[in-house]
Write a protein that binds this ligand. Structure first.
Ligand code: HEC
Length: 180
């Protein structure tokens, strides 16, 4: 084989490589994966850590009454969809198998509906004041150890206020808002 022939072979090899690369570029352009406009619906996170540990309470920067005064129940309605995976919200007050009804929950006695609550929830006592609900949905396990509510918690205080503003509306006679 002389060098001229070698050059021809090398040229042919290079040529087909270029051709294959070109095909790749064109097919990428043709079949580019469509981008999702919105990320898919996020299911409420399963429990992240097991068994106690120092799950730090969220830092309180703005007091809850102030947050509630400017909370947006419309946004809350959207956020509460994550809760509705387990909780019913309608006025019938019927529990789901996965959670007690949240209709009229503000100022309701803790663990007082026809739901098979955890022992610690049954023993907790008191009522779901704005502050209590706020603390509970920020960190359910931190407030009621061993709770059956496997929800990681909403760490954003403004979002919790939106959630609570919407929960407040689920009542024939909404509890008065706390004064900031
Ligand atoms: C994965 C299912 C699940 C999700 C998601 C969930 N919960 Fe719960 N929730 C429960 C269960 C189960 C209980 C009963 C807990 C127990 O008995 O320890 C409960 C209890 C409660 C209670 C006490 C009710 C009572 O009758 O005493 C409140 C308030 C509450 N949840 C609010 C919320 C809110 C608000 C959200 C959304 C931000 C939410 N939960 C998301 C399952 C869930």
């Amino acid at each position: 084989m002389d060098s001229f022939e070698l050059n021809k072979i090398a040229g042919a090899v290079l040529g087909s490589l270029l051709f294959i690369m070109g095909l790749g570029v064109i097919s990428d352009a043709l079949f580019a994966a469509p981008h999702m406009a919105k990320p898919g619906y996020a299911l409420p996170g399963a429990e992240e850590h097991h068994g106690g540990g120092a799950a730090a309470a969220p830092e309180v920067v703005v007091p809850l009454p102030t947050l509630l005064a400017k909370a947006d129940a419309k946004k809350g309605e959207n956020l509460v969809k994550a809760c509705a995976a387990c909780h019913s919200l309608d006025a019938s007050g019927a529990a789901k198998a996965t959670g007690p009804s949240l209709y009229g929950v503000i100022d309701r006695a803790v663990g007082s509906t026809g739901f098979a609550y955890s022992d610690n929830m049954k023993a907790k006592g008191g009522k779901w004041s704005y502050e209590q609900i706020n603390a509970f949905i920020a960190n359910p396990k931190g407030v009621v150890a061993g709770t059956k509510m496997s929800y990681a918690g909403e760490k954003d205080a403004a979002k919790r206020a939106d959630i609570i503003a919407y929960l407040r509306s689920l009542s024939s006679n909404p509890a008065p808002l706390p004064t900031p």
